[in-house]
Design a binder for this molecule. Structure first.
Ligand code: 8YV
Length: 317
């Protein structure tokens, strides 16, 4: 049960099946629809006690500070790097996210991206549609996936599910994390990203983003993956030095990349669209009806729990 007297600031849109129940449970203030954001915050700021946001939108310090009654931030997404946690800690503001429910779909998309880019599915589809098949003949050969070496940078929930799937392709799997994981006895632990990259034909970036992981995939890691290798990113753009990635893709010091996330998304650096050795995806790894419905329910359940005086269902802070 919600409470209409509780006011929540909503940072971005949700699907209708989430918006309806949220509107029924709370008084939602739609930040994303406000023309004059400062005036809007000034009007609702004194009485708003919660924020409902999305992983990529988060809540910055200025927004948090504009809400002196703020108690809780509920994130639609597993990643909470865009929420200013220091600002939350200073005022004991609680934060929740949506872990677990999206893990399998995100892993599926990461593996699909590897296969699609490796076997050239997007260009091959075009080869059929534009008549190249009958005009030019067989599609150019591509590189195989099965049996190759995979590196998982960040063996958390999502990295683990990616690795499980890759084991089904008989891949030789290694990973880097802060320490070796006892739940992964069959996979090789490599204690730094550069050595992991040198080991990998396919390097999956699956670690939670934070200030500490910013550009963890820098020039040295990218070049260690090398001209025959591929980098797949289903985490956050900030984990990769995007300029170094673009330089390496343009000069073919990196073979290819498959990316679901970009600096400044949904805009992206125009250099990306000039390249044919990169697969570009619109940050939709969690984008299935099933997962998004489960994420929306968790966003609501966390807000309802908090405003009923109960502990958060999936707390971050
Ligand atoms: C987005 C995500 O929240 O889980 C995350 O961290 O980035 C995604 O699930 C999703 O795109 C909805 O905005």
């Amino acid at each position: 049960m919600g409470n209409q007297s509780v006011e929540i600031l909503q940072m971005g849109p949700y699907p209708e099946w989430d918006q309806g129940p949220l509107d029924a449970a709370f008084t939602m203030h739609r930040y994303f629809e406000a023309r004059d954001k400062a005036a809007f915050l000034a009007r609702i700021g004194q009485s708003t006690r919660g924020i409902a946001t999305r992983g990529e939108l988060g809540a910055d310090r200025a927004t948090i500070e504009a809400l002196p009654q703020l108690e809780v931030i509920s994130v639609y997404g597993v990643g909470y790097d865009a929420v200013d946690l220091d600002a939350c800690r200073e005022r004991n503001i609680r934060v929740s996210n949506t872990p677990d429910v999206l893990t399998q779909d995100v892993a599926d998309l990461g593996v699909a991206m590897m296969l699609a880019q490796s076997r050239g599915l997007v260009a091959a589809e075009q080869w059929v549609r534009d008549g190249s098949w009958s005009r030019k003949g067989l599609y150019p050969l591509r590189h195989r996936v099965f049996g190759k070496k995979a590196g998982i940078l960040g063996l958390g929930r999502i990295g683990f599910e990616v690795a499980k799937r890759l084991a089904g392709f008989d891949m030789d799997i290694a990973y880097t994390d802060v320490s070796a994981k006892d739940y992964a006895p069959d996979w090789r632990f490599i204690d730094n990203p550069v050595d992991l990259a040198a080991h990998s034909d396919f390097l999956f970036v699956t670690l939670a983003a934070s200030a500490a992981t910013r550009h963890i995939v820098g020039r040295e890691v990218i070049e260690a993956v090398g001209p025959q290798g591929m980098i797949i990113n289903i985490s956050r753009a900030s984990n990769i030095d995007e300029d170094a990635l673009l330089d390496a893709l343009e000069s073919q010091r990196l073979g290819s990349a498959a990316l679901d996330v970009f600096e400044g998304e949904p805009k992206l650096n125009p250099r990306f669209v000039e390249l044919d050795n990169v697969l570009l995806q619109p940050h939709h790894a969690s984008g299935t009806f099933e997962t998004r419905k489960a994420m929306g329910k968790l966003v609501r359940d966390n807000l309802i729990a908090h405003f009923s005086g109960k502990p958060l269902v999936t707390p971050v802070l």
